[in-house]
Write a protein that binds this ligand. Structure first.
Ligand SMILES: [Zn+2]
Length: 227
């Protein structure tokens, strides 16, 4: 049997089809165990999927450097996409308070860092979120807003929907006079694929209630956010 490093000696990486045809590579060795685990074990299934990707780009998932890669990638997805296991009610968990606050005054939480993953390429996009709302009779604990941002960010996203989902969640749970959310993001898929230069920011906004109609409020938002 030929070497299993998947190259033809000139550094050209064979496709899986070529490697199977020339018996250079025994696909079965890698695939044999794919189904001998619990098919409801999502982590194991993700590991299998990663092995298939490695095989089909012309790699050998059995070589040393790649042996633990499927495990690491599955674990990473578990962390980066943990937002699917979370919901807003559980995060807020009753941490809403009635307070006397100046009528029409806003509460702002600025510069919340987030890491998300674009749903088109499953590549990261990262940046900051500024959130402001004008309480009607309820405010929410300060730490809860960054956690709500994280919950939505840790799902496959497009930045526009991330922005809307944060605004709609606060609108639904706090019933405020208004909510405004501004998200700035740098998308590695755009940078890597040459669509945009590195460091280019995409900015998206979502306004609900008074923020839609009142320009003074929007100006105050941008001033407080330092934008
Ligand atoms: Zn993308």
């Amino acid at each position: 049997m030929a070497s299993k490093n998947g190259t033809n000696g000139n550094g050209h990486i064979h496709t899986v089809a070529e490697r199977i045809a020339t018996q250079e590579f025994e696909l079965g060795e890698v695939l044999d165990h794919l189904h001998d685990h619990d098919m409801t074990d999502s982590k194991a299934l993700i590991e299998d999927a990663v092995k298939l990707i490695l095989l089909n780009v012309g790699e050998d998932p059995t070589r040393d450097g790649l042996l633990r890669t499927p495990h690491r990638v599955a674990k990473m997805y578990g962390e980066l996409l943990e937002g699917y296991q979370q919901d807003v009610e559980t995060i807020i968990n009753g941490a809403m308070f009635e307070v006397e606050y100046g009528e029409g005054e806003m509460v702002m939480v600025a510069n919340i860092e987030y890491n998300s993953m674009c749903e088109h390429h499953m590549l990261p996009f990262t940046g900051t979120v500024h959130v402001a709302y004008i309480p009607r009779d309820k405010v929410v604990g300060l730490s809860k807003i960054p956690r709500i941002v994280d919950m939505f960010a840790r799902r496959l996203q497009v930045q526009e929907r991330l922005t809307n989902e944060i605004a709609d969640a606060l609108d639904a749970h706090l019933d405020p006079v208004g909510v405004m959310v501004v998200v700035a993001g740098q998308h590695s898929c755009a940078a890597l694929r040459g669509v945009k230069k590195h460091g280019v920011n995409m900015v998206t906004t979502a306004k609900r209630g008074e923020f839609r109609t009142n320009k003074d409020l929007r100006d105050e938002f941008y001033r407080l956010a330092g934008m």
